[in-house]
Structures are given as structure tokens and as C-alpha cells.
Design a protein around this ligand. Structure first.
Ligand SMILES: [Zn+2]
Length: 456
């Protein structure tokens, strides 16, 4: 047991640890103690009761910030809506230890932004105030609360038993983190925090990342999951080529969650990813059984009563590196996926940085883009495009605007002290936009509402 001596009478304790009658806090074992963040501060508190068929619990939202109580009230309403909407997906709340769950939020200029899930608690930090972020902190809150089911209890077998002395590699992080990312955002469409354009923008941002990243040709989502020990808060001293070889399993998994949800809603009457989550919850999360990759596929086979569908979905998209036809999937929801700038000449999506009146390529050029094919690499200087001398981003954009898709031009660049001149051919900007199809029929609109609106 632990006891906290508070230096100030206004300070309080926020933690998932169990409070004893003598004022001490108890953890059943060392791992539970290590999983229990504690905040000691003069935080503000809102608490509310939630209930399902079998149990009642109290949700505490503690907030240490410099904003107003009114802003905290607005944020609390958003949090309440998230908690209620996510319960509908699983049909019940997890059985929180000691009947309580604690959000520990710190929105202060001197913190580093992050979110970390714990068994009956989460730490939420952001350097922006609620007002400055326009309550965007609700996105992390939504993601982390979903973890109370997915990861904290519905847990991949390859993360267990957790080994504190070595990296714990899992092939299922695309599901554990990625599907959580998908639902973190989808929940906010259902609560009304995101209007339709805002949600579509979130969805297409993730989709653009996955579709345009060359990483998909090297590893599937399961392989990306195994990269966690190298990329999740890991530091590399040497430059890496992750921009070309890696896609975050958060983003990849989010897109696969979207793919599976839309495929189920399109191909199987009455089915959705919500129902798969609920099935997995009842069979694994609730009973404390850990799931394997095969269990996920088998649950999908059982839900759809179509083992071939499940087998194909997993072999193509989860263990394979294909993506489904998103254009058709979105069309079924009355949405249009199309090139964002179809006529804009394109050479690179790399970061270009102005430095000492020179334009430097400041990130990896991506495999397949014209700049990569021209041999331009990170750190190189772009000198001349056609007859246009380049010394700023504005000049580069201006030069680019003179060309059409399919045109060619000479590009001069400096790499490791040598100057090269080579021909480049402009392609179309690959970025996609996702918009509402105003001519969508009643059936499509009804499908879309079932997906994106508050659930019954
Ligand atoms: Zn997470």
C-alpha cells in the first residue's frame, strides 16, 4: 500500500488505485501498481454514474488546466457522450475494478502531448488549452477510453505474459491500436463532435497516408505491428528510411478497420464491425481469454457465416498487402472518393525547406515519385526546374504551376556537393479527397446514417 503526503491542502489524489479507510491506496500486485499513474494536484473534478444490465460504475474526469470551469463543463459533456456511445458498440461497460474509471487529464503549456491507456484509467496530456485546441483533446480521450475494452481486456495473446525485461513484439497492433484509432474517430462522428466534412477529412487523411506510402510493398499490417519496438517512442540516432519502408500500424490499422466495417456493411445485410467487436468482446475480452491472429479471422468467419470471405479478407488485406476498392465502398455510403487535385503537376510530397536562400529537400523522397526517380534524396538542394531558378518554396510552386501532368522538364539539383541535371516527368498529384455525393439515394443515405450517426 502507498500513502501520499500532500504539500498543499487544495491538492487531491487522482488514481485508479483502491482507496482504503485509513487513507492509503492499495494495489493487488506490483504490475498493477506500475500500471497505475497517480496525479497529485489541485485538479478540477467531474464525476458521473454509468450503468448497464449488470453493473454500475462511476466515471471520474480530473482536469488540471488553466481554463475556466465552463470550458471544463463543455469538455465533460463531450466525454460523457463518448463514454455512452462506445458502450453501445460493445453492449456493456468493462467491469471496472472497484467500480470506477478515472480520466487523468493535464492540459498545461509545460506538458508533452500524449495519451496512455491503463486498466481503469488513462493519462491525457496536451500543451494546448481546451479553448486553444477547440476541444480537440476529446480525440485522444475517445481513443484511450476505447482501450478500456480493446487492449486492456480484449488483448492479443502475443503480448502476454508481459515481459518487462525485453521488447514485447506483437503482430496484432494493427487491431489493438489501429482499430482503436478507427473507433476513436468514428465515435466522435456519432456523438456529433465531428460533422460530416470533418469526419470525412479524418478518414481520407489516414487513407492518403496508407495508399501513398511505399511501405505497403514491403510489409503487411501484421509486419508493421512487429516494428513497434523500433518506432513507438524508440529513438534512432542514424537517419532511417521509414518514410519508404514503414507505415504506422495506428494508421494502417485504422484504414483496415474502415475497410472491414464498410465491407461488412456493404456485403452483409445488418452486419458491421461493431458486431464483430461485440462478438470478440464477449468471447475474449469479457472472459479474459487472449486472442490470436487466427481467432480474429475465425470470429469474422463465424459472424459472416462465410469462412471464405474471412479467409480472403485476412489473406489479402491483413497478412497481404492489398487494399480493397475504397471508391466502391464509399460509393455505397453515398460518398465520392476522387483525386483532390487531378490536374496539378506533381513531383514530390517531401518536405521542402528554405535555408540560406536555397531550397532543401528535408525528408525522404518517396519511392515512385518523380523526384525519387530523378535521384533526389533527403538533404539535396533543388536549383533549377526548366528555365526557372529556385531559391524558395514560392519559386518552386510557381515553376511547378507552369507545367501540366505528363509534361517533362530538366531538373538541376545539388547532392553531396555535386550538381546533377536530369529530366523529370510530372505526374498527377496522388492525393485523394472524400466528399458527400449530393445525388446519393435514400438507401445509401440510410446506410451512411447507420454507420456515422448516434447508435440506437
Ligand atoms: Zn492507443
Amino acid at each position: 500500500s502507498v500513502r501520499f503526503d500532500l504539500p498543499d491542502a487544495r491538492w487531491k489524489v487522482a488514481t485508479q488505485l483502491q482507496l482504503q479507510a485509513d487513507g492509503s491506496y492499495v494495489a493487488p500486485d506490483l504490475q498493477y501498481l506500475m500500471d497505475s499513474p497517480v496525479e497529485l494536484s489541485a485538479f478540477s473534478l467531474r464525476s458521473w454514474k454509468v450503468a448497464d444490465q449488470q453493473s454500475e460504475a462511476t466515471i471520474h474526469l480530473t482536469l488540471h488546466h488553466q481554463g475556466t470551469e465552463q470550458q471544463f463543463d463543455t469538455f465533460t459533456e463531450k466525454a460523457k457522450a463518448v463514454v455512452a456511445e462506445q458502450q453501445k458498440i460493445f453492449g456493456e461497460y468493462p467491469k471496472f475494478d472497484y467500480g470506477q474509471y478515472v480520466f487523468i487529464a493535464d492540459y498545461l503549456p509545460y506538458v508533452d502531448g500524449d495519451g496512455m491507456e491503463h486498466r481503469n484509467s488513462t493519462i491525457l496530456t496536451d500543451e494546448r488549452s481546451l479553448k486553444a485546441a477547440n476541444y480537440a483533446q476529446i480525440e485522444t480521450l475517445s481513443h484511450e477510453f476505447f482501450h478500456a475494452w480493446n487492449v486492456e481486456r480484449l488483448r492479443p495473446a502475443d503480448l502476454e505474459p508481459f515481459d518487462f525485461q525485453r521488447a514485447n513484439m506483437s503482430r496484432n497492433l494493427w487491431f489493438a491500436e489501429g482499430v482503436t484509432n478507427y473507433y476513436g474517430k468514428l465515435t466522435l462522428s456519432r456523438t456529433g463532435h465531428f460533422d460530416l466534412p470533418a469526419y470525412l477529412d479524418k478518414a481520407v487523411t489516414a487513407l492518403n497516408k496508407v495508399m501513398q506510402s511505399p511501405g505497403r510493398q514491403f510489409f503487411p499490417a501484421t509486419g508493421m505491428s512487429e516494428m513497434a519496438p523500433f518506432v513507438d517512442a524508440a529513438v534512432s540516432v542514424d537517419p532511417t528510411n521509414y518514410a519508404n519502408s514503414y507505415i504506422s500500424y495506428y494508421t494502417y490499422g485504422e484504414v483496415l478497420g474502415l475497410a472491414l466495417d464498410l465491407t461488412l456493411r456493404t456485403e452483409f445485410e445488418g452486419l458491421s464491425l461493431d458486431l464483430l467487436m461485440r462478438k470478440l468482446w464477449l468471447e475474449y475480452g469479457k472472459t479474459g481469454r487472449f486472442y490470436t491472429e487466427q481467432d480474429l479471422e475465425q470470429a469474422l468467419a463465424a459472424l459472416t457465416a462465410d469462412p471464405d470471405f474471412a479467409k480472403n479478407f485476412f489473406s489479402r488485406y491483413i497478412n497481404g498487402q492489398q487494399l480493397p476498392d475504397f471508391k466502391a465502398l464509399f460509393a455505397a455510403m453515398g460518398l465520392t472518393l476522387a483525386p483532390a487535385k487531378p490536374t496539378q503537376a506533381f513531383l514530390t510530397s517531401a518536405t521542402l525547406l528554405e535555408q540560406n536562400k536555397q531550397l532543401k529537400v528535408d525528408s525522404n523522397t518517396l519511392i515512385g515519385t518523380p523526384l525519387y526517380q530523378a535521384g533526389v534524396d533527403q538533404g539535396d538542394l533543388l536549383l533549377k526546374l526548366g528555365s526557372y531558378k529556385i531559391s524558395s518554396k514560392a519559386q518552386w510552386d510557381k515553376a511547378l504551376a507552369r507545367y501540366k501532368v505528363g509534361d517533362s522538364a530538366e531538373l538541376s539539383f545539388s547532392s553531396r556537393g555535386k550538381t546533377y541535371t536530369t529530366a523529370v516527368t510530372f505526374t498527377a498529384d496522388p492525393a485523394l479527397a472524400l466528399t458527400e455525393n449530393k445525388e446519393a439515394g435514400a438507401a445509401q443515405l440510410a446506410k451512411r446514417a447507420l454507420w456515422l450517426k448516434a447508435q440506437p
